[in-house]
Design a protein around this ligand. Structure first.
Ligand SMILES: NC(=O)c1ccc[n+]([C@@H]2O[C@H](COP(=O)([O-])OP(=O)(O)OC[C@H]3O[C@@H](n4cnc5c(N)ncnc54)[C@H](O)[C@@H]3O)[C@@H](O)[C@H]2O)c1
Length: 364
């Protein structure tokens, strides 16, 4: 089991990565000395697929433990589900000496993390991501939250976990669609990091889609370490951290306009195509690089389908997105691999063109 360390101003925490490491959870909890009263928030679908692992852990665990099952989907990433978690924490008599453990994808991690940050003014929190997307991205960095009406993650907090444990064996039950979603964030990192990583991702797409163990663990670790480094330099997203939103302003607009029929990670892939289009349209990205860059999100175009979209509505949703101030949308745009600009504004016509063009590749 590999141990990486994320350093932030308020907290340093380990990220353990490896196959079949879930059984070491109690040892890890003891090593880090987090509170031993455990409140698990477990993704219902994951629980049904990995019941044996969870039951073995809960039966053998030597302290107070309670399992709250959560049906993870964007529609349930809301106040009602949050209240159910808080209600269980209260009625099961959990005090400040509690560690909440999220076991599931990004939705479970985001809502359980938010509950941890407000329960008893903040209890300890462990992330056990079980999707590719949550392993490479959402489980580190401390963004937590829920959706409200048509706005994603609008209510939330920055709340770093105390431990992250990534058991790559859990990823093996993911349906293809969820692997594609994780690929969305991985492709994002390909653009954010450096040309060597970009080429590695480009040359290993097929292996990654198969979750080939020779490459998956290495890529998960690289993404986690890159994000950890960005977060350690700008935890609250006042500058540098904004690059992690590359493609996401478009993605949030698309997933909401499509009423979440297009999943977050799939929307990120389409959003990356839109962001590359806009980067070219405003003259930031040179034509000579454009073909090579757009071909990366488009390599997955046969695996995503979108139909019947309303460009104007997507644009309206993007304007409401929390990253837009004074109704002006701020974009993260691309000049080159590892060279991105944040807070870029663009003309309405160019934005509408980029949405239309970016989505057009994925229309079935
Ligand atoms: N906090 C952050 O920094 C951050 C970053 C990126 C994305 N996000 C958020 O993450 C969410 C998306 O996360 P996600 O893609 O993991 O979605 P998700 O949590 O909905 O999980 C996707 C699906 O996979 C199922 N699942 C989970 N683990 C499984 C397993 N091992 N085998 C089989 N099925 C399994 C879930 O039940 C669900 O149906 C979005 O809400 C997004 O806003 C947050």
């Amino acid at each position: 089991m590999k141990k990486n360390e994320i350093k932030t101003s308020g907290k340093n925490y380990p990220v353990y990565i490896g196959a079949n490491i879930f059984d070491s959870l109690e040892k890890v909890i003891n090593t880090k000395k987090v509170y031993r009263n455990l409140f698990l928030v477990v993704d219902k679908k994951f629980q049904s697929l990995h019941r044996q692992d969870i039951t073995r852990f809960t039966l053998n665990y030597s302290n107070k433990i309670y399992l709250h099952e959560y049906e993870a989907c964007e529609a349930n990433k809301n106040f009602e589900s949050l209240l159910r978690i808080l209600n269980d924490l209260i009625t099961k008599n959990y005090g400040r000496d509690t560690t909440v453990i999220a076991i599931g994808g990004g939705i479970t991690g985001d809502i359980a993390g938010f509950a941890s940050s407000i329960y008893s003014r903040g209890v300890q929190f462990v992330q056990i991501p079980t999707t590719l997307l949550s392993a490479v991205d959402s489980s580190v960095g401390g963004k937590t939250g829920i959706n409200f009406e048509e706005t994603k993650n609008i209510i939330g907090s920055f709340y770093q976990p105390d431990i992250v444990l990534i058991d790559t064996e859990f990823l093996k039950t993911l349906p293809d669609e969820e692997i594609i979603c994780g690929m969305g964030e991985i492709i994002k990192y390909a653009f954010l990091t450096d040309i060597k990583f970009f080429i590695t991702i480009k040359n290993n797409l097929t292996k990654l889609l198969r979750l080939d163990s020779s490459i998956t663990t290495k890529i998960v670790e690289a993404c986690v370490n890159f994000k950890g480094d960005v977060v350690s330099r700008d935890e609250k997203e006042s500058g540098l951290r904004k690059i992690l939103n590359f493609g996401h302003t478009f993605a949030h607009g698309i997933e909401i306009e499509q009423n979440f029929k297009v999943k977050h990670g799939q929307a990120v892939i389409i959003g990356l195509a839109c962001a590359i289009e806009l980067s070219k349209k405003i003259g930031l990205l040179e034509k000579s690089l454009y073909n090579d860059f757009i071909s990366l999100p488009l390599a997955l175009k046969d695996k995503i389908a979108i139909s019947g979209f309303d460009v104007e509505h997507i644009y309206e949703i993007m304007k409401r997105d929390k990253k837009g101030r004074d109704q002006k949308i701020k974009f993260v745009l691309l000049k080159d691999v590892g060279s991105l600009f944040v807070d870029v504004e663009a003309e309405e016509n160019d934005i509408l063109h980029s949405i239309r063009q970016g989505i057009s590749y994925f229309i079935k």
